[in-house]
Design a protein around this ligand. Sequence first.
Ligand code: IVH
Length: 787
Amino acid sequence: MNASETSADPAQRAAQLRTLIEEANYRYHVLDDAAIPDVEYDRLMRELEALEATHPELARLDSPTRRVGARPAEGFAEVRHAQRMLSLANAFSEAEVGEFVQRIVERTGNAEPRFSVEPKFDGLAISLRYENGVFVQGATRGDGETGEDVSANLRTIRAIPLRLRGADWPAVLEVRGEVYMPRAGFDAYNAKARAEGGKVLANPRNGAAGSLRQLDPAITATRPLAFYAYAPGDMVESELPATHSAFMTRLRDWGFPVSHLVETARGLDGCLDYFRRIGAQRDTLPFDIDGVVYKLDDLALQRELGFVGRTPRWAIAHKFPAQEQTTRVLAIDINIGRTGAATPIARLEAVQVAGVVVTNATLHNADQIERLDVRVGDSVIVRRAGDVIPEVMRVMHELRPADTVKWQMPTHCPICRSELVREEKQVVWRCSGELICPAQQKESIIHFASRRAMDIDGLGSRLIEDLCDLGFVSSIADLYRLSVADFVEMKRRADERDGTTPETVKAGKVASKWAENLVEAIEHSKRATLERFLFALGIEHVGESTAKVLAQWFGTLERIRHMPWPLLKLLPDIGGEVARSIDQFFAQSGNQQALDDLLVRGVVLSDEHDVSAKLKSRLGVDEFLVQLEIPKLTPRRAEQLAATGNLPDALAGLPSQQLVSAGLPADTVAAWLAWHADAANATLYQRSVRAWNELSELAQSVAGSATALPLEGKTVVLTGTLSSMSRDQAGAKLEALGAKVAGSVSKKTDFVVAGEAAGSKLDKAQALAVEIWDEAKLLDYLAGQGA
Ligand code: IVH
């Protein structure tokens, strides 16, 4: 078809123009093959625009004219991802990649697994949704569960197909990939901005992220953005090919840009070879990359391996060595964090590292300073890896001036003057001031108000610093006392302090509107989910996923705030360190007081509920005993104790002969009695028994309520490969029906689900005459339960 060939019928001509324009986009962005000159492209675009203007009925959602930019938005709507958007674990050395590959070899039994090897694009992850071949929605990753709807902005990116090519795409297709800013575009943009006295972009990555977050798509349309697809999103499994690489080929056929640098490689050697080759090209590539990604190619194996937290077990990012620079240490200060941790910070002579001006770098802790032997006045090498806080890597001792002195950890907190203390066997020094330390107060309030926590709109860290410094708040509960007048007064004093006093009537009006909005945002935050609230408390080691587990399993704040650590450990993914940290947090009376204050001021947890029905399967006497970490009380010994039929209350008082006659060896009995003789342990035991009794009762009543679950009390073992879902997914479905999913087969096992290539577990089940289900039976059963 000739570009200038015209058709009389407007509808036909519009269709023709769309095809020509999108064909040009496809050839340029996907095939890397310049199709028509820019002027010609622009002319076709203008003709289509004119046509759609005179015939509005011809304008369609997937028309390339939509790429120019729709009307500005008020804000971005939230989008719940149908399937979580994950991130990748990082490897910084070949040894770490070796460990990753080794784990896969062990888990899959394949000595030389095949990987899809890809550049790690340094941009912004997004998810694109197509329905019946038409782009309908695009969202940022956000927190992985919910992102922001940036569809209008994404439509302006010509590399993103608005309509899929070919015909064999599924009715609903979600594709994940990276929006990035090519280097040439970034340079040109900045050159122009400089010439016009505008704002320059810090680096291509920030450029991409900032451009996508514009409320006005017309602005995004002026930014040189591009896109590469790299993964499936929400899709029915049966619609996926067998391998990731086959899926990538399909994506390309459907019109998505897939990088030509994507390849497949076998085993560790193949991966490392790819890493070196890409590393050698890194500086000459037209876009920034910060490493490469290895993904196990077999999609069935991917499903089987599953995830740990937010990252898949089947993929890893191998990062390039971070960029480094040399500079000089001007001072070493102490920063006090939310939990009181005292972190030494090196103040540096300003230096550019990977496109960012660095003036501070973390020294991590006193031990690190000792190890590096860093002093004020030293020349040092600083490193900045992606978003990670810059750190001091090495001291160039040969350049040390004559008059330096060895650095020493101060004895007192620079902020509240409380003593800095170091716990036994810990590297971290802490300010002992806890709730009276303004630095800790500030940091905990900043965390509390932050987006992923209570998400108090407008209450950022600068404002919180002012509120604290000027004495308006000193705890999170104080936030809920602030009035409009307080904010206005605070602002007045801050302006006075900073010498910026805009004393006009207009400024007064603006200030009170601003204050009203803040008070409203604070008021709005009073209704929170338990999960967010727990995260917002800023308990050390309690991130979003731990907060979620706590909320799901225990259901109410009241239960969690009094839970002893051995019972916290019963929950999935909560280990000893995390459990103790939670227990310690709630053991501080000041923290309990803060909770009461928050509740009194009207904070309501909107989604509190019963304990999880799943809890029951974890509350066995033996499981309970194991959590207490009593010396010599191995899981097997705990089982023996449990088999005596005594409940934990009674066990504490059993005489030693009775324990020996229950089959416990004498040294275990002695260890158990000695442990219990310690007053602190006895108290912990009592507390734990009480909590265990309460939980058991609660779990019983949940399980015994009208909705008793069909597999309640059943123990199930899954083995082999299932074709319709992963073992994790099957396990989750069975757990949801009340079953306890165990890792090994014993006489107590009620049935074993055996998929393809089941091994020793199946043999053992046969030997013990345990009931065996094949996949068909499982599916039948699940279907029957509506699961
Ligand atoms: S796959 C489950 N492939 O890296 C895996 N990610 O830390 C999902 N990224 O958020 C990601 N290049 O923004 C994948 N070839 C690539 C990538 C890539 C860059 C980014 C992406 C993601 C982050 C993971």
